[in-house]
Each structure stands twice: as C-alpha cells, then as structure tokens.
Design a protein around this ligand. Structure first.
Ligand code: PMT
Length: 402
C-alpha cells in the first residue's frame, strides 16, 4: 500500500461531526504510509478537535480559515487544491455535502472543493435520520453523478444514542477506499480480477468441520493491490475474520463446493484469476444432521474428493487470461509448486513455505518463491504479504505485455 501513497498530497478535511476525533487516526495512518497530509478543519470541527493535534501528526499547519495566515504569495486554497492528489473529507457532515452539491463556497473547504480537480472522497457521519433524509440523499446522488466518491457510513449505535446508519466508516476502511484514488495507477482499469481467499470448512455435523489455518490475509493483500491498480475486484472467501477492502465485491462461502459454484462461472470473464484460498481437497462423504455422539469406539470417516477449482479454470483458460495459483508446501517447495504450475496450466505460482514460524498461514509474512510459465524461478527473502502482492502484480503486468 505504501508504494501507492508515498509522497502523494492528501488534503484531509475534517468537518463538524463527533467522528472528527477519528480523523486523527486517519491522518496518522496516512503519515505512516508516507503521504503528505494537509489538514483542513472547518470552524465546527475546531469546536470538537484541536488543529494542534493534526499539526503534530502531519507536521503541517492546519488550515482553519480562508483568510488565515498567508505564509507565501500563493493563494492557498487554490494552490493546495491544485497540487492535491486526493481530497478526503472525513468525517463529512450533511452540511458539507449540501454545500458541495450546490456549489456553495463560503469557507476554505467548500471553496477548495470547487477549485480542485483531484478526486474527492466523502466519508459521511451524521445522525441516521439526517443521513436518510431525502435532501441528504439527493445531495449524495448529485455528488456521485459528478464523479465524487463515497464510503458509506456504518450502522450501529450513534453518538446521539439512536441506532441506525450514520456512523463514519472505520479509519482503515477509509484509507483502503482512498488508496485507488490516490495512487493514480490505472494499469488495470477495466480489468476484472477474481481472487479466492481464506480456507474452506467441510462440515461433519452441525458443530464440527474439517478446516485449515488460512486467515485470508494473503487474499486481502491481493485485493488491495488490485484495487490500487484500478481493477474491478471480486473476492470469493471462506470464513475469515480479516476484513476485505472496501471496493472489492465480497462473496462469502463455507465449503469447497460452494467456493467452486461461486468461482467457476465468474472465472469465465475474469482477466486475472488468483487462487490464494486453501481449499479442502476432501470433504466428509456424509454430513450428519445432528451432533455425533461418542460411541466408545474408534470412528473412521469416509472422505470424498472436492473439485479442484484452479485446475478446472486452468483447463478452460482463454487466450490472454492470466491464472495464478499458490502452493503451500512443507517440503520440496519449488519442485512441488512446479508440478502444480504445469498440471493446472498456470501462468504464475507462488510457492510458499508453511509449517515454519513467520511464514504461511495466519501471519503477515511469507518465505516464498515465484515460478512462471517460462520456467523462471524468483526466490524471495521473508517478505510481507502486501509486498508479495505488489511483486505478483508487477510480474502479471509483464506477462500481459508479452
Ligand atoms: O490466508 P493466509 O493465512 O494469509 O495464508 C495464505 C495461504 C498460505 C493460505 C496462501 O497463500 C496459500 O498458500 N494458498 C494455497 C494453499 C493451498 O492449499 O495450496 P494447495 O497446494 O493445496 O493448492 C494449490 C492451488 O490450487 C492453490 O492455488 C489452491 O487455491 C488451488 N486449489 C486447491 C485445491 C482445490 N480443491 N481447489 C483449488 O483451487
């Protein structure tokens, strides 16, 4: 994620909602990712949070006033609006949405929103009735129609005590939604990327299943990278606690059969298919309706083979379609992955070492090698899953250019 945000100019505009305090975390995460952040606080926001907090986090003066200090000869709101790669309005009140939709320019932020040609992302936060009000919804429609972007507020208990939709999306989801807008990378614009992620569960009875240790972290890193390059992303995921990025279509399944049913039809028109899921090769022949009781003797389970989703996609691969697999191996890493690459008709496979600390299931890093269809093997040092995702998409770009 860092590469796409590094040194990009982000205007973080904070308006007068209780959620304003969460903007501190957004600022802090953007700085961690090496973005250059200009904080802007409306007059109401200053009643709720201190400009000094944002100045300490971002290392830049917080803009609070259209006619504030003129540090240089430049007209600040025009200059900042012009060099911005993104205007992120978080939280966005009903008031700023109304002003932006109607072209009202009566303070720094509303004026700069008219002046900028950078993408604008609003993260609304307000009382649920205010959000649902036809006036607010009409303003959102107007802004969407003009190409502005929104990250929907969540439902839940609001600061005012009511329960409903209006709570600002969480800071990490906001950053993930901002990433493709900031990156300006449109190398995969118009391309469909389909990803399988997480592990499947094969039920024995209503309480037990055969499963594996996949967390879905690798699938998430791949989805974030594809979105940052402008792709249309669909993730078919097994049960997982890892949040998938905002902007990816997410299809949740439990079993290998369900994953096959959701993945195979979608693979037909995908430009890139990446199978990162740990799919159970076998499922119990019989699933019991009620919890199986112990019977004082050993129990033998009959298992039947699941469909190999990746092999089926490989067998039907279209010219120009890119197909990527993963191989989780405990031994003979490269040799075993090479067999899978050929057998499943893949363009690339990531061989990753499992069964050792810091690599494979559940952690953020992998010991891996990338093998390609031309017989090239690139051994990687211990690498973060998000960096591996970047490298993988770089390799895919080379293959697509061939
Ligand atoms: O989710 P994390 O905790 O981040 O962990 C990531 C990971 C280790 C699960 C992931 O990076 C990984 O290695 N996934 C593949 C694990 C695996 O089961 O490999 P395999 O060798 O069994 O399968 C080879 C390939 O065929 C994989 O791309 C797999 O998705 C695919 N496959 C396998 C069986 C099957 N029935 N259908 C499939 O599509």
């Amino acid at each position: 994620m860092r590469r796409h945000i590094s040194n990009k100019e982000v205007v973080l505009a904070v308006t007068g909602s209780i959620a304003a305090y969460k903007a501190c975390e957004i600022a802090s995460r953007l700085i961690e990712l090496n973005a250059k952040v200009t904080p802007v606080l409306t007059r109401s926001a200053c009643e709720l949070v201190q400009p000094a907090t944002f100045e300490a986090i971002t290392g830049r003066r917080a803009i609070t006033n259209l006619f504030g200090a003129f540090a240089s000869a430049e007209i600040e709101h025009i200059a900042v609006a012009t060099r911005a790669h993104l205007f992120l309005v978080a939280p966005a009140t009903a008031n700023i949405l109304a002003k932006a939709a109607n072209g009202i320019a009566d303070d720094w932020l509303s004026t700069a929103l008219l002046a900028t040609r950078a993408p604008i992302l609003f993260a609304p936060a307000m009382n649920s009735n205010m959000f649902a009000h036809p006036a607010t919804q009409a303003n959102i429609e107007t802004l969407l129609g003009r190409g502005c972007h929104f990250i929907e507020p969540e439902s839940g208990r609001l600061a005012c005590g009511t329960v409903g939709q209006g709570r600002m999306a969480d800071p990490m989801s906001i950053i993930e939604a901002a990433l493709p807008l900031i990156s300006g990378d449109s190398s995969l614009a118009g391309k469909k990327v389909l990803i399988t992620s997480g592990g499947t569960r094969e039920p024995l009875d209503p309480v037990r299943y055969i499963g594996n240790r996949s967390s879905g972290k690798m699938g998430r890193a791949l989805a974030i990278e594809a979105l940052a390059r402008g792709a249309q992303v669909t993730v078919v995921t097994g049960p997982s606690d890892v949040a998938l990025p905002y902007g990816a279509e997410t299809i949740r399944v439990e079993t290998a059969m369900q994953m096959a049913a959701e993945t195979l039809p979608r693979a037909q028109d995908a430009n890139i298919v990446i199978c990162a899921a740990a799919v159970a090769d076998y499922r119990p022949e019989q699933t019991y309706e009620h919890k199986r009781k112990r019977a004082g003797q050993s129990l033998t389970l009959a298992l039947v083979e699941n469909p190999d989703i990746l092999a089926q996609i490989g067998a039907a691969k279209r010219t120009g379609q890119i197909l990527v697999g993963f191989a989780a191996e405990t031994e003979e890493l490269v040799a075993n992955a090479c067999v899978k690459l050929k057998k499943k008709n893949l363009d690339l496979i990531v061989a990753n070492q499992v069964g050792v600390p810091e690599s494979g299931f559940g952690v953020d890093t992998l010991n891996a090698a990338i093998l390609d269809r031309d017989g090239q093997t690139t051994e990687l040092p211990l690498i973060a899953k998000d960096e591996l995702a970047q490298r993988l998409f770089d390799r895919m770009a080379l293959l697509m250019a061939q």
